[in-house]
Design a protein around this ligand. Structure first.
Ligand SMILES: Nc1nc2c(c(=O)[nH]1)N[C@H]1C(S)=C(S)[C@@H](COP(=O)(O)OP(=O)(O)OC[C@H]3O[C@@H](n4cnc5c(=O)[nH]c(N)nc54)[C@H](O)[C@@H]3O)O[C@H]1N2
Ligand SMILES: Nc1nc2c(c(=O)[nH]1)N[C@H]1C(S)=C(S)[C@@H](COP(=O)(O)OP(=O)(O)OC[C@H]3O[C@@H](n4cnc5c(=O)[nH]c(N)nc54)[C@H](O)[C@@H]3O)O[C@H]1N2
Ligand SMILES: [Mo]
Length: 817
């Protein structure tokens, strides 16, 4: 999408830097292992992040420059932010306690959270307070403590900080955890019924196979060029090469998206600006044409699927008298009926690869889209054929790339089992809740809820400890959440940035960034091309400590340190991760240096034997569905699920179904006229880097950008760079207008992750000064099946902001911070 000029400038600068580096690279061609030099004579140290690997130039103990690692084929400007995190004005410097809590104890004046001041305390004092509160709550019962602590968290393999947290609490008698995620919980709940597995994970049909066989590639709610910027480990950024190759080959591509993405522009793709939230209707309209024009692959449906007849009846309108014709779909999607007919014909004519992202399942009834998507691919009948079928994960991990000959890196710490200090009767509540139902839990303690065919009870939690996540960014309907947060007597947050979650906490513990501790991390989740040594580039600033050390110190206070750490230091664990990989490598005869050599070099790279690997997902199933059945009850793709039928959920019927959402552009009566697209940000990982200088690349009027179509902007007298107020019945925020024709009329985009910055914290309908989209979003479950987030079900309006502009303050230290 069009961005302020600084975006392009900065990107160009980085690309130039990268190509110069590539040309002068000292790396030899890859065969076996390759040990580059980790530290250059002028004090550069190789390091890495979720945004890419880089050389950090260190002078007098301070990072003074960053340049991308020469092995990165497409470096992203955000690596500067990964370093700036340590120095940002938003850095949490010391252990801090909210004044009322410190003076009056747990539960004191929770309504002042977010505006009370903080008092600096020593580490010793802070951990004494945390330990005492854990003991107090543990004595009430493990159901009193919520450690569902969700978020991207700790970078590196030495441990997952959230697993560490669970381990610590398990040793204290247990706590309430969370299941699934905000990413694809709708998909993760439904796919096991349809395909017997989550599907949207691991290696996909290879890019090479697509290049050689696919006639038409359809990116449906999918933005691989943006979403592959980052990774859960170090991104290899290889998908840019794939896009370039597709462009060179003149590959035909369609992008079904309310936004014309960079990928669409690069491939000169056809943009179908679908009405958001209508994708199921679009798929049904296409299915209707496949049926009526005799284009559906009946043999595939007979041999590889079950329940087709029921879906056939539904599409042709037998049970409800409404055939899902292209005209029916056109009314919902605003894509002309003739275009829908053409789509169906084109999909069936050549080899077609359907590629989806995850926004249509992050909506009310989000289970339906992945189901109809797989059903449509089954009707086309190309699943398991080279370059045909579907994929639900090309937008993460460069998942169509070849895999190197390398051992997987595994973490060494498990959460373990809960120590049974007391029994946990069912009526005390569930041991895990669906992650996005946290506010429902806080508002309904002791009440029953349904989830995936079973009934549970919401526990009555009193305290929470959050590490490596920002719930006051990632959760929906901020005002409802802030009100519900008062239920906690105590909120502990361990982070390195003064996020809204930290500002609304009672005890804040300063964590070390990836630059300030030791760890190990892999390059490429699928490609697995290298391991990086994450060495201490600088000493921890202020009083920050690494997550592992904080947990060790806390475990010591609780008298469980030996069990928690198994007597291992951070570096011991890093060595253990490496040793486990080395053992696998030795067994497979993969050359790998010993730990010391690796640590000195900073990197070990692995060879990729098959550069142009051909790989087709579900090929074996297609070859012989009896010998290689899917792990579903029938062994086939379940277009109709008997198990789901038994649940009797009206919000998740037993086959893919169009269900009208509570709010969307197609509603007969709309209170607010604009759909809010809160997709994932270009230049951040969610809310990370907000506080860094990377913000200058994208901020508009010093705020989070709100992209609005030219027509909608003109109708409201809004120009680019204006400060606007975005509002609905749930909340309101300011943002900077970006006016563009690359967004469909009727839709605005406010990317998720802008830090929540209320004018008057903890007051109903507080105005967010910076642009947190989740003040607007709706906090309802997708359905009783997944109980996932419905973040993308949201309508609002925008107006020019005319009042006195409040100063953005969320990037500064809090009061007394
Ligand atoms: N409206 C809307 N909302 C959404 C989404 C959407 O599409 N629309 N997407 C959802 C999705 S898919 C997701 S995954 C969530 C993401 O939600 P989160 O994962 O909570 O978001 P992050 O901003 O990545 O938060 C990670 C936090 O961990 C901190 N951190 C990073 N590294 C470390 C470390 O080593 N130690 C410690 N202690 N802290 C660390 C960072 O500073 C940051 O505050 O958001 C969800 N929310
Ligand atoms: N740069 C960057 N990359 C990321 C992340 C990040 O924060 N920053 N987060 C990572 C994480 S945790 C996750 S879960 C994934 C998220 O993966 P996704 O959820 O797939 O990613 P999004 O970028 O939010 O959305 C993809 C596209 O869907 C479009 N879209 C929105 N609503 C609709 C709709 O109703 N219909 C249709 N057809 N299209 C729609 C958006 O305009 C966008 O272009 O991304 C990962 N990658
Ligand atoms: Mo996610």
């Amino acid at each position: 999408m069009s961005q302020p000029a600084t975006h392009a400038l900065s990107r160009r600068r980085f690309l130039t830097a990268a190509s110069t580096l590539a040309a002068s690279s000292a790396l030899s061609p890859l065969f076996g292992i390759n040990l580059a030099s980790a530290a250059t004579p002028d004090g550069e140290i190789l390091s890495c992040s979720n945004f890419g690997a880089f050389w950090a130039k260190v002078q007098a103990g301070r990072v003074v420059g960053v340049r991308p690692w020469e092995g990165d084929p497409h470096p992203i400007a955000t690596i500067e932010g990964a370093v700036d995190l340590a120095y940002s004005p938003s850095r949490i410097r010391y252990p801090m306690v909210r004044r009322s809590w410190l003076e009056k104890g747990p539960g004191a004046e929770p309504e002042t959270r977010g505006r009370d001041d903080f008092v600096r305390v020593s580490w010793d004092k802070a951990l004494d307070l945390v330990a005492a509160e854990i003991k107090r709550c543990a004595a009430m019962g493990p159901w009193s403590i919520y450690t569902g602590s969700y978020g991207w968290g700790h970078f590196g393999r030495l441990f997952n900080s959230q697993t560490g947290l669970r381990r610590l609490f398990n040793l204290m008698g247990g706590s309430v955890g969370s299941s699934s995620n905000y990413s694809k919980a709708g998909l993760e709940a439904i796919m096991p019924y349809v395909l017997g597995q989550i599907d949207a994970e691991g290696p996909q049909t290879s890019h090479q196979t697509i290049l050689e066989n696919t006639d038409l590639i359809v990116f449906w709610a999918c933005d691989p060029l943006k979403d592959n910027h980052i990774s859960t480990n170090v991104p290899d950024h290889g998908e840019y090469g794939w896009f370039e190759a597709m462009k060179k080959a003149g590959k035909k591509a369609i992008f079904i998206d309310p936004i014309k993405t960079e990928g669409c522009k690069l491939l000169n793709g056809e943009w179908l600006p679908v009405r958001p939230h209508s994708d199921v209707a679009l798929a049904l309209g296409i299915a209707h044409v496949l049926i009526t024009e005799n284009l559906a692959d009946k043999k595939f449906l007979a041999d590889y699927t079950t329940g087709w007849e029921v879906f056939f009846d539904y599409v042709t309108g037998k049970p409800d008298g409404t055939p899902k014709t292209p005209e029916w779909a056109a009314e919902k999607t605003e894509i002309p009926a003739e275009t829908i007919r053409e789509l169906a014909r084109r999909f069936a004519k050549g080899r077609t690869m359907l590629v989806s992202g995850w926004t249509p399942q992050r909506q009310q009834h989000g289970e339906q889209f992945p189901w109809v998507f797989v059903t449509l691919a089954a009707m086309i009948g190309q699943i398991g054929l080279p370059g045909g079928g579907f994929s639900q994960r090309y937008h993460l991990d460069n998942a169509g790339a070849p895999q190197a000959d390398s051992p997987a890196l595994s973490t060494t710490m498990q959460a373990g089992k809960r120590k049974e200090t007391m029994p946990w009767p069912k009526e005390k509540g569930a041991e895990t809740i669906p992650v996005a139902r946290i506010v429902d839990m806080l508002m309904n303690p002791g009440k029953p809820y349904e989830h995936n065919g079973k009934t549970f009870i919401y526990p009555d939690v009193k305290m929470t400890y959050w590490v490596g996540g920002n719930p006051l960014h990632h959760h929906q309907d901020r005002n409802r959440q802030v009100a519900a947060w008062k239920k906690f007597d105590t909120v502990i947050v361990q982070d390195f940035q003064w996020t809204a979650s930290a500002r609304f906490a009672d005890i804040v513990l300063p964590a070390a960034t990836g630059l300030e501790r030791e760890d190990i991390e892999g390059l490429g989740v699928v490609t697995r091309k290298a391991y990086f040594a994450v060495r201490k580039v600088i000493e921890p600033l202020y009083e920050a400590k690494s997550d592992y050390v904080i947990f060790q110190m806390l475990a010591e206070k609780l008298g469980i340190e030996p069990e928690f750490s198994d007597g291992k230091t951070e570096l011991d664990r890093v060595k253990q991760v490496y040793a486990a990989a080395l053992e696998q490598a030795t067994a497979k005869k993969i050359p790998m240096p010993d730990f010391d050599a690796f640590w000195k070099a900073g990197i070990v790279e692995f060879a990729t034997p098959e550069k142009n690997v051909r790989r087709t997902k579900y090929a074996q199933f297609r070859e012989d569905p009896l010998l290689n059945p899917l792990p579903t009850p029938s062994g086939k793709i379940e277009i109709f699920s008997k198990t789901i039928a038994k649940f009797g959920y009206d919000d998740c019927p037993p086959h893919a179904t169009w269900l009208e959402p509570v709010e969307w552009l197609g509603a007969k009566e709309k209170k607010y006229p604009l759909h809010v697209n809160s997709n994932h940000p270009d230049y951040r990982l969610h809310s990370q880097l907000n506080g860094t200088k990377v913000r200058a690349i994208y901020a508009a009027a010093g705020r989070e950008p709100c992209t609005i179509n030219t027509r909608d902007a003109a109708a409201r007298g809004i120009k680019a760079g204006d400060v606007v107020r975005v509002f609905n019945d749930r909340g309101q925020c300011l943002a900077g207008a970006v006016v563009s024709d690359d967004i469909r009329p009727g839709v605005i985009q406010l990317q998720e992750g802008g830090w929540y910055d209320p004018v008057k914290a903890n007051e109903p309908n507080a105005l967010c000064k910076y642009g947190d989209v989740n003040v607007l979003t709706l906090d309802i479950p997708t359905s009783r099946l997944a109980m996932a987030t419905s973040a993308h079900t949201c309508m609002a309006d925008v107006e020019l902001f005319k009042g006195e502009l409040p100063k953005v303050s969320v990037f500064d230290q809090p009061k007394n911070g």
